[in-house]
Design a protein around this ligand. Structure first.
Ligand SMILES: Cc1cc2nc3c(=O)[nH]c(=O)nc-3n(C[C@H](O)[C@H](O)[C@H](O)COP(=O)(O)OP(=O)(O)OC[C@H]3O[C@@H](n4cnc5c(N)ncnc54)[C@H](O)[C@@H]3O)c2cc1C
Length: 419
């Protein structure tokens, strides 16, 4: 056996939740791993994201739960407030044993990224500030060209580069064929906490017109702001942050509650993030030696939640199947898709009311939403709501530890490739 059949090289485009989790697991199975990330460092920022069900199991298997526990956000739950800040409806975190709208483990996306980056250091080559510009599949690999460096050949290329994936565009076709806009936009950023008078609740305020302003405390000096609004086809430059801030300031100019203070804080936010609320829907996540993981292949949108979970679980399964297939990328991608598809289908289901439930358009619709939250969190109906939230457990993780080099079993003990 020559060296090339033993150590296979994988290029991962995107160093966020999916890309870093994948890099960690591929190294554990002794692959040569390179991550190319467009940003100069792993990107900070984002709101609290959930870690529940099988995603927590992936984190446990990675041995990063102590770090996650230290970084987790302690929140009492989620409260809908009116323009004076008075509560209209609320969902305490403990109500669904940590599997409700506010999960038992909530961690800031930026903190989770840092933890994953620290875990995926040993033996991983990182290329920051660069992007893939072209890919050409040849008989034994993919020739990849980069914007700022010479071309290289990899056995497999993985697109973990999010909703607007370059890998998907290059290998599968235009974004419009796969990304479905749900009719709304979201922005997240960090603001100083001074004068906001926050409690340990994630507070959300809806206003007519399908507008939402929300804020959650982050620590003694900062808070995380979130804005959402309905709009169909805004024309804006995805790389022009100042232009996106102007859109937000204009859209929320008349909004009450804490909106003016949060918008004032936005001007100096170090981590402003703005995007559509969209889902990626694809029949196949691979083409030849190229495969997608996380939002690039199956973004669920903030409405369905579980984006972090799908990214981590997808990365775990993809790495495991690549290890199991011992060089047969076709078998690996088939196994990956077969195992993950039912889980992704479940996770991508939108909550009742879809975007209208999240961003109700009229005062009457806001009142109805608050009423339904009060009803569904009451004792008799709580079970129904809990059931609708348990999608994160609709997969059983395969144990791939036999494929870790130190634990190589005798050939006859190797589980078959089909799942
Ligand atoms: C800054 C930021 C803030 C976010 N905040 C929230 C939030 O508050 N709540 C929420 O629910 N979700 C948020 N998300 C999305 C969330 O991280 C994902 O839905 C989920 O975790 C799946 O992760 P992912 O790794 O598949 O995609 P993402 O987290 O979107 O990561 C994609 C990565 O690929 C990189 N990238 C993109 N294009 C290229 C390219 N051409 N070449 C190389 N690298 C590229 C990006 O810089 C990014 O690091 C945020 C994403 C980002 C990037």
């Amino acid at each position: 056996m020559n060296n090339r059949t033993v150590r296979r090289s994988v290029l991962i485009s995107g160093g966020s939740i999916a890309g870093l989790t994948l890099a960690y697991w591929l190294r554990r199975y002794d692959f040569d791993v390179t991550v190319v990330e467009r940003a100069p460092t792993p990107r900070p920022g984002g709101q609290a994201v959930d870690l529940r069900g099988v995603a927590k199991e992936v984190a446990e298997r990675m041995g990063i739960m102590p770090e996650i526990d230290r970084a987790r956000v302690h929140e009492n739950g989620l409260a809908y407030v009116d323009k004076t800040g008075a509560w209209s409806a609320r969902m305490p975190a403990e109500l669904f044993d940590g599997e409700g709208a506010v999960a038992g483990i909530e961690i800031l996306r930026g903190d989770l990224t840092e933890i994953l980056y620290a875990a995926a250091q040993s033996g991983v080559e990182y290329i920051f500030d660069d992007t893939i510009t072209g890919m050409r599949e040849v008989s034994d690999g993919v020739v990849v060209s980069f914007r700022h460096r010479a071309s290289r050949v990899f056995d497999v290329v993985v697109g973990a580069d999010g909703l607007h994936s370059t890998v998907r565009k290059l290998a599968f076709g235009p974004e419009a064929d796969f990304v479905h806009h749900l009719g709304a936009y979201m922005a997240y950023f960090t603001v100083p906490v001074d004068g906001l008078g926050l409690t340990d609740w994630f507070q959300l305020h809806n206003a007519p017109g399908g507008k939402l302003v929300a804020v959650r405390p982050e620590g003694p000096s900062t808070a995380k702001a979130m804005f959402g609004f309905k709009a169909t086809d805004l024309v804006y430059d995805r790389h022009d942050v100042e232009g996106q801030k102007r859109i937000l300031a204009e859209t929320f100019a008349e909004m009450g509650w804490l909106a003016p203070r949060l918008l004032a804080g936005m001007e100096h936010a170090p981590d402003f993030f703005f995007d559509t609320i969209s889902q990626t829907r694809m029949d196949d996540w691979s083409r030849g030696r190229i495969v997608l993981v996380g939002d690039a292949g199956y973004c669920g949108s903030p409405l369905s939640g579980n984006g972090t979970a799908m990214a981590m679980v997808g990365a775990y399964v993809l790495a495991g199947e690549l290890a199991r297939s011992r060089g047969d990328h076709h078998a690996a991608f088939t196994g990956y898709q077969q195992q993950l598809r039912p889980y992704v289908t479940e996770c991508q289901k939108l909550p009742p009311g879809g975007v209208n439930g999240f961003l109700p358009s009229s005062r009457a619709a806001i009142r109805m939403r608050n009423l339904s939250v009060r009803m569904f969190t009451s004792t008799p109906l709580r079970g129904l709501m809990a059931k609708s939230m348990q999608k994160a457990d609709s997969i059983v993780l395969t144990d791939y530890t036999v494929f870790e080099p130190a634990r190589q079993p005798a050939a006859s003990n190797i589980p078959p490739t089909s799942s």
